[in-house]
Structures are given as structure tokens and as C-alpha cells.
Design a protein around this ligand. Sequence first.
Ligand code: SF4
Length: 340
Amino acid sequence: MGRDGGADVLTGAEGDWPRPRLLASRCLEFDHCRWNGAVVESRFVRLLADRADFVTVCPEVSLGLGVPRAPIRLAGRDSASARLIQPSTGRDLTDEMRDFSRRFIAGLGRVDGAVLKFRSPSCGISDVRVHSPDGSGGPVGKRPGLFGEAVLEALEGVPVVHEGRLLNFALREHFLTGIYTLARFRAAREEALASRRAGPLVAFHSSAKLLLLGTSQKEERRLGRIVAGSGSRLEEALEEYRAGLGRALARPAGRGAVVNVLLHAMGYFKDRLEPAEKGVFLDCLEGFRAGRLPLSACQAVLRAWNARFPDEWLSGQFFFRPFPPDLSGMEDSGRGRLGR
Ligand code: SF4
């Protein structure tokens, strides 16, 4: 039996998954609140809506702009000096939007991730066009929207994406891994604080070990030292661990590091395997390293071995089941895959 709420993660038995708490732009599937009364379709937001607890917001509606409304845009001589304006009325909404963003984020509470609308002058997290002050000519630059910028600054160490990134296989899996790992940590943190014991943190770190080794060995060691010294300073240790976990998860796992993790996992079975079985696995690893095979092919071999020779620690590793497998699917925008 693994440690994930009763799930045996390596052998694939389903258990209780935590529900990530996510911030989302309200126009993504939740409400017809775009300037023209439209809603934006996002299959993955729709899928996640059944599995996660969403806090949704439409900053423009919150400013009282109504639906439908005259469009707003960023305008200025350059990106740094851009203002949020409504050209048809001449209103400058910059200070109001900044003030709203500060107040909203202060009351948001802990979230495990955010999905914000691509290229919106309010919600965008990058690539929002900045128009010239008089609206003539092409864009003078690109930058985040004002609300998106405030979210990025405030939610350091939390995965923040736009809905377009969820169309990309590798980026989607990286996002899902991040939000589910943070949701698992949030549950462990609450348990540790309620019991005044470091046990749940120790168990979390143990289950996250292979996942962390696949992303950053340095952070894995640093996080291990925080856990080791957490006994007399639990609250501070939990905060330090959360910050380090965010850093460790910020970059996707590297293919070479993941191969090392898979070899490490094979070590649990190697004395009980036939040379031909090891050969099949090593071929599989080579295929993954070369980008010809998905990670799931190598994981399937380990699953079969673990079914024959069950190992409790390995079974509980988040690495083998970082998020509910039915959430990802195979769809890809074609802009790159890690091949999980
Ligand atoms: S992008 Fe943001 S501000 Fe614009 S409609 Fe969507 S939620 Fe509202």
C-alpha cells in the first residue's frame, strides 16, 4: 500500500487524489464575461474543474466595467511605462487595476496553481501587446497584463500558466505535476500543523524523493536537510520546505536525470531479474533518452516488476503517478514533448 491516501501509485491502483486549489480567469470556461460577452473554451480547464477547487476572478468585471464593455488595452511609449486604458472612453484604469489586484491577492489564501487568459491586458502573464499612446502603428512592445503581473509576483514558486500552454503535452504535464505535488504538500502541511508533529512532512519528502531527484538533486538534498532539522521548529521548516519545493518544481525534469531515477528504481529489482528482462528495460531507457519512447513505456516495465516483487517505498513514489493519469491525454500542440 502506498502513501497517497491509500493509492498504490506504482502499481496503478486508484486512490484518493488531493484536490488542487487553483486560481483561474473566469472567462476560461466559467462565465461569459469577456468584453464581447464570450466565454473561452479550454478542454483542460473543463477536465480540471471536476478534480480541482477553482477560485475564479474577472478583474475587469470586478472594476465595474460590465459585460459587454468597450475593450481595454495597454498603451504607452514602451512596455515599462504602459498604462491600462479604455480608448473609447479615455479612462485610465491602471491604478484601479493595480489596487484591485493587490486587494484580491491579499485575500486569496494558498493556491497550488493558476490558469490565466492568454494575452489579456488584465490577466495575461506574458506577450500582451503594448500599443502606441495614440493607437497608431504597430505594437511598441510586449509584457504581462496588470493582474497577471501581480499574480506572478505574489505567487512565486506556484505554477502559473495561460490556457494555451495546457495544449502542449510537456507543459501540461509539468503544470499537472506541479499543482498535484503542491496539493499533496498542502495536505501534509495541514496534518503536520494539526498534530504538531513532523511525521507528515517526513512522509511527504520520502514519497517525493524520486520526483525531486528528477528535477533537482541540489534542491532534493536541501529539502532533506530542512526535514532533518524540522523537529523543534516545525512551522518555519514547513515554510522553508514549501519555498524550496516551489524552486525544485519550477523547471521540468531533465531527460538525463529521469533516466538516472529509472535506473535507481530498477536497482530495487535487479537481483531478481533475468538478464534478458534487464536488457529490455535498458533498451527502453535508451529509447526514452533518445526521445523515441515515452517515459510511460519505461514506467510500465517497472509497474510489472513491482506487481511481481512489491516494494512499499517504491510503490509510494509520486514520480510514478505525479497526477491522475486520465487528466493529461496525448493531445499536443506540436511545440515539444517530454514524452511522459
Ligand atoms: S481575461 Fe481576465 S479580465 Fe478579461 S474577461 Fe477574462 S477574466 Fe475577465
